[in-house]
Every structure is written in structure tokens, then in C-alpha cells.
Design a protein around this ligand. Structure first.
Ligand SMILES: [Zn+2]
Length: 394
């Protein structure tokens, strides 16, 4: 049977210079907005001054708040309370995943004035979210999380009793994603590395997800090709930077679309407890684990489920990323894993022990990794297989 369902997507404006369309798009929603930005990725650039001037010209009034780190439920609740009486017409998030996720959650809660803890997956009462959300416009300044295309805001409490969970609903999807690759120009190399590996991991995991379909597969392959061509040269700052930025912004956007539709896999399953218990940036978790998780997924399928359809997909990814044909599947798997290891090394992604994870703590990480992402991994991994993924990058 050839069938699939595609959930709501944002309207998308993509291309160098599309940021210029933002004031008109905002004006189509009204004249009062909340602007949520990251610490400096946007406000330190000329684009900020231009935007502020244009908002004034359009008689748009704004309040501005800064979200400088991965947002916590308390931060969201505080901001929702702070702006309770403002009757905004839209929330505009401009920044990396943290700013966009915060903006998305605020847009979902500001009208109903309830704590986000009511709705987070896996913690609290998990009440059904019914909205209404106010229009959210997403403007990414990094190429990684794909938050501009997803229906979830990831919120975390860091520490021993921490968690990293999603506030998720179709109503939270942005009305518009304004993806201007030029905004990536302010990204330092380590951010390009971590976010780029996040996008690559999201594309790979959604491609082999048990929920994947022909529609998302086509997007995932296109995104993987773009990441293959853009990531390393953009990190090295070599060649046509505008073209590399376009490729990575495109790969990240597509990764958000595919993950929102069909889910992720083992790397993102592990990213949840690792990011909750340790101060590891999300992209670093993805980059550091993607090679070992790919190896263990393939190894487990060969041993236990040799007819699993994802094996052929890994072979196809090997051909796409390595740009060659393979007669022998095992040679393809090895080449794919070697390439991922090579990128991880070149992009200088830290090992987990760098963030003080110790072998004695692995049981706790494994016990907390079977959330929504792990459920769409192409094979149900055993605890000892998950341990092997982590040990390889400890
Ligand atoms: Zn991710």
C-alpha cells in the first residue's frame, strides 16, 4: 500500500535576502508583536537595525525579550506571565533552536496563561493542549534544529533530577518560516559544526524511521545531499560561503520537516537524558553519537533482523554521502560509518566525558532514553547495545 499523511507545515520563504519580507509578513498579522531573539546572533548584526527601522515604518509596536540558553519551563512560564496583558498579534522568534523553541512555547501559552508543565511529554499531567496559540513566525539564524518547521518546543531542566522534554502540538507549528541563509554568517565554526551534525542526524534518523514514507524520504535524501556538500566547507570557511550557507539552511529546514512528520531515532533518544543530566549542547550530542549509533543500528539489524528495510536505506545513504556505488553492502556500511567518524573528528565534536559523564552513570542515561525519538528507531535496541553506542564516545 502506498499511502501517507502529512501534518501541517509552515508557509516557507527560503533564500538569501528573504529576511526583507519579514516586516510585511508581520504586518499581515497585526501591529503588536513580541520579538524573541537569542543572545546576540541577530541583534549584533546590521539586520537588527534594519528590522527595527522597518517595524517603525510599518507602525508595528514590539516588545523584545532575549533567550540566551536552552529554555526551561520556568523561563517560559515567567515570560508568559510577564507579557500576559499585551494582546500581541504574533510572536516572532529570531535565533537558534533555543530562541525559536521559547518563542513557539510562548505563542502557545500566552493566551491561555497556563503553565507549560501541564503539557510537557513524560513529566507532569500531560494534559491535552487545545490552544489557542497566537501566530508564530520563525526566523532561524543557525542551521541545525529545524525548529522553524517542527511542532514541538524542547524545554529542559538541567541537573541530576533534570529532564529535557517536548511541548508538542500541531497548533504550535509556525505560521511562517523565514529562512534566510545570510543570517548564518554570524555563526562561529563550533556552532556550524554542532548544528550541522544535528541537521544531518535528523535527516538520517527520519530517513530510517519506522514511520518514514515516500514523501519524507525524498526530502531527507535531498537534505542529506545538501549537508554532504555544505557542512565541511562551511565549517572550514572555504569556497563559496553563500552557497554553503544556503545548503546548510536548506538541510536544516528539511530536517525539521521530516522529523516533525516521521520522528527520529536512537541518537535523539539519548540526547534527551544526556542533555537533561549534563551541560552538553544538543548538536554536540548528535554529532558525537551519530557514527556509533549508526554502527550499532546496522550491526543489530544484521544480527537480529537481516530483512529490516532500513538496511537498504543505510546502503543508499552510504552511496549518497560517499558519492560512489557499492556492490558489497558491508563495504557500504563500513564506508558510511568511516565517513561519519571522519566528520565527527574534523568538526572536533567533544566526547561525552568532556562534560563529566562517567561510565557509572550510563545506567541512568539508558534508563531514561526510551522517549518518543527512540520509539521510531528502525530496530528496538537492547540496553547493552545502547551502552555500546555511549561507550564508544565516552
Ligand atoms: Zn536534533
Amino acid at each position: 500500500m502506498f499511502s501517507f499523511s502529512i501534518a501541517r507545515l509552515p508557509r516557507i520563504e527560503f533564500g538569501t535576502g528573504v529576511i526583507k519580507k519579514l516586516p510585511d509578513i508581520i504586518a499581515s498579522y497585526g501591529s503588536r508583536i513580541l520579538l524573541v531573539t537569542g543572545a546576540s546572533s541577530f541583534t549584533n548584526t546590521n539586520h537588527w537595525e534594519t528590522l527595527i527601522n522597518q517595524l517603525q515604518q510599518h507602525a508595528i509596536r514590539w516588545q523584545h525579550c532575549v533567550v540566551a540558553e536552552e529554555p526551561s519551563p520556568k523561563l517560559i512560564d515567567d515570560l508568559v506571565k510577564t507579557y500576559a496583558n499585551q494582546s500581541f498579534d504574533a510572536v516572532v522568534g529570531i535565533g537558534g533552536g533555543s530562541a525559536l523553541d521559547a518563542a513557539k512555547a510562548i505563542a502557545g501559552l500566552i493566551k491561555i496563561q497556563r503553565s507549560v508543565m501541564n503539557y510537557l511529554e513524560g513529566v507532569g499531567p500531560e494534559l491535552p493542549y487545545q490552544g489557542p496559540a497566537i501566530p508564530f513566525i520563525a526566523v532561524p539564524t543557525t542551521a541545525g534544529t529545524g525548529s522553524e518547521a517542527t511542532k514541538n518546543a524542547v524545554l529542559s531542566v538541567q541537573g541530576e533530577k533534570g529532564f529535557k522534554k517536548s511541548f508538542r502540538h500541531d497548533k504550535l507549528v509556525a505560521e511562517y518560516a523565514i529562512v534566510d541563509p545570510d543570517l548564518l554568517a554570524s555563526c562561529p565554526p563550533e556552532v556550524i559544526a554542532a548544528n550541522g551534525m544535528d541537521a544531518l542526524t535528523q535527516l538520517l534518523e527520519s530517513y530510517v524511521s519506522i514511520k518514514s514514507n515516500a514523501f519524507t524520504d525524498a526530502l531527507a535524501i535531498s537534505g542529506l545531499q545538501a549537508a554532504r556538500d555544505g557542512l565541511i566547507p562551511l565549517y572550514r570557511q572555504e569556497g563559496e560561503l553563500q552557497e554553503h550557507r544556503e545548503k546548510m539552511a536548506y538541510a536544516a529546514l528539511l530536517s525539521g520537516i521530516t522529523l516533525a512528520q516521521v520522528g527520529l531515532g536512537a541518537v535523539h533518544g539519548l540526547a534527551s537524558p544526556l542533555g537533561a543530566f549534563y551541560p552538553i549542547p544538543h548538536g554536540v550530542v548528535c554529532g558525537t553519537l551519530v557514527a556509533s549509533a549508526t554502527r550499532i543500528n546496522i550491526q543489530s539489524m544484521l544480527a537480529r533482523e537481516p530483512s529490516n528495510k532500513a538496511l537498504a536505506k543505510y546502503l543508499h545513504v552510504a552511496e549518497i554521502l560517499c558519492q560512489k556505488r557499492f556492490i558489497d553492502p558491508q563495504a557500504a556500511y563500513n564506508a558510511l560509518i568511516d565517513l561519519l567518524v571522519q566528520w565527527t573528528n574534523e568538526l572536533a565534536l567533544a566526547r561525552l566525558s568532556h562534560y563529566s559523564l562517567q561510565e557509572t552513570a550510563l545506567d541512568k542515561v539508558i534508563a531514561n532514553c526510551r522517549g518518543s525519538s527512540m520509539k521510531t528507531n528502525p530496530i528496538v535496541l537492547k540496553d547493552e547495545e545502547i551502552r555500546e553506542i555511549l561507550l564508544e564516545r565516552l
